[in-house]
Ligand binder design. Sequence first.
Ligand code: BGC
Length: 810
Amino acid sequence: MPKKPQARTAVAAAAAPAAIVRKLTLEQKARLLSGASFWTTAEAPGVPSAFFADGPHGVRRLAPDVGDIEGAVPATCFPPAVALGSTFDVGLVRRVGEAVAAEAKERGIDVVLGPGINIKRSPLCGRNFEYVSEDPLLAGEIGAALVTGVQAGGVATSLKHFAANNQETERMRVSADMDERTLREIYLRGFQRVVTKARPATLMSSYNRINGTHTGEDRRITTDILRGEWGFEGLVMSDWGAVHDRVAGVRAGLDLEMPAAGEGRVKELVAAVRSGVLDLDDVDRSATRVVALALAAQAAREETADGGPSPLAERGHDPEAWHDAAHHALAREAASRAVVLLKNDGGLLPIAPQTRVAVIGELARTPRYQGSGSSQIVPTRLDDALTAIQDAAPEVVFAPGYGLGPAEGSAGSTSGATRRGAVGRLWRRSAAAADAAEALAADAVAVARDAGVVLFFAGLPQSAEAEGRDRLDIELPAAQLELLDRVLEVNPRVVVVLSNGSVVRLSGFADRVPALVEGWLLGQAGGGALADVLYGRVNPSGRLAETVPLRIEDTPAWTSFPGTGLRVTYGEGIYVGYRWYDARDLDVQFPFGHGLSYTTFGYSGPGVSTDDAGLTVRVTVTNTGGVAGREVVQCYVSLPGSPVPRAPRSLAAFAVVDLAPGESREVELSVARDDLAYWDVQADRWRVEGGTYRVEVGASSRDLRATADVEVPSDGVVPSLTAASSLGEAMAHPVIGPTVTGMLQGAGLSDDVMIMTSAMPLDRLPYQPGSGVTHKQVRQLLDVANGTGGVVTRATGRLLTLVGRFRRHR
Ligand code: BGC
């Protein structure tokens, strides 16, 4: 993928960092390799400090030595990654990035620590709300858009958590064990996309290990692949407190340890260099990257400084002082685009303003709008859905129905869904608390009875999902489910509106409610955005970036998550998310990419053309309904009949298109040739197979409206054969294959013998009784195959003899 020019962020340093580093003492260089505080890098002569802040759905500006949310400077809380992923809208996400950059600058922040684009391997991962998708292409595209937006605003980003940080259980020690193909195609591919497309200034290595090695100590991951293969030129920092062996880390290419690790670390590094354990060049290289980041940050700060007093000092911590109406409006727009209309039987939505509406559920009044942990932001203001609905309609009644405390937040129905170790989630309610809960519920049922429409807000309380721990199940709280049942008994016209950072099980009630809205965690303006969608001011266009399964037991990682003995085996391989459900032909509640609209769309085409760059897919989409709407056109690609195990389909491109009623537009989707490649483990490289590819275009991974087949030439890479290659591989080889196959076929072998013979490694041939094949002949065969000399007929002359003998011995 081509490199793009970059704004003045932390990779575009003004002075020559290497020259500065040359003048520093070893101690000074070593000191640069860890933070000076919780959020800042160390200073040295000629080297300023850079200031980091979490996010990335806003700016979490804390004082240098404070690690806690208390005292954070308010900032616009945009929708977190779970919601941005559902927009499928890279232009919108880029605008969010630009707004985040503007706020970071105002708050004196040089590097925003994000985005996080780890794959949602299991819905149980406690941090899924901070991640984009189960699909690497979508995660990479949304991640790249955010990085591009933030860095266009002159602020650096830190793509995280590199890599395979897919669970919170034992996150600092667990080893994510997987084969190379899975690592490349699923867990690194999104990172590769962001690095090559958007060039983030920094990367944050993850806490976990991969195949036994801490990622920050893994030279192959941190340097060979990241820099050597992808061309990354920025700085790699550790996750906070992730460093396990600092000397090994510096050697591997982990430039900066965060946060401040103290003087002990400086001494350790100095001693390692002096004793010859650590190469001074490695220290110089990492110190140079820290200096480059700090100088570029300083240059970017100077470019925007107006010379006036710091806005931070002027405004303090008053949320209103930081409120930015334009950014709040953008947060609302992004949130409304993230809402996914899952079901809308009988066109219950949108609600007409004059309808008598009952709003049920504490979550309507007390919104859940972001997840817990290091990404939490102090918002500049907070919209709740109840107020926004009351503003939209004259006749609204409300009942909280349930509370959001730990007792009310405990998991619901346990029908096969309570996970091992779930003990401790059971709470014994006191009689008084039970009475209070019953009063709340009874009031809600009474309020719901006479309403034209019931808006039932359900979701997970804050305590249910957070950084640092995984979920035990995907259940909604029992109190909410029980109340929903009672409400449905008195009024079937129920719209369930969900607030959750990762999928919840809907199979207990989805077929009993006419309408379902997935509201994720929508940021500070989410309440207004929900009202916009419910009342039709915004025609919903959000799509599921993760499959909603019928039950947790169906999910790809169910049998291995979160591992034992500090190891977790990614046994499902590349079959993550919809790749798994499709390969196993499993029913799901709602498939990846699903999301309805208040209008309908027709598809015609696709026309597909190919060139060296890849595929160009053209499809005409028509708004066949009565209102303007936005379709998210999705393009999936597969190679039926490939000898390589492949997912039945993989997302290869997507685009949003806005259409007036009756309007048609041709949508062009580009599928890069690189995105057709699989990781060939034997050749240890990406490989595009030649063949007839199937291109499917539609509104979700299971609502495919148009299909076309297209011939794609192979990348012409001739696989090299070794002495350990099999006779079968020699038969399939483009250079020697036809001759070898012809000779073997000419020997008149039965199919059974042919199959057995083809499995034999070439270097075993000389040892077969009476084969007469020599080592020299095998070498000659390999020379021909690999283009290093010889001719095929001489080299294979004896194979016929071998096969004849082999047949007799059977
Ligand atoms: C998190 C990172 C975060 C860092 C700094 C870590 O615990 O994993 O995502 O950026 O803390 O707060």
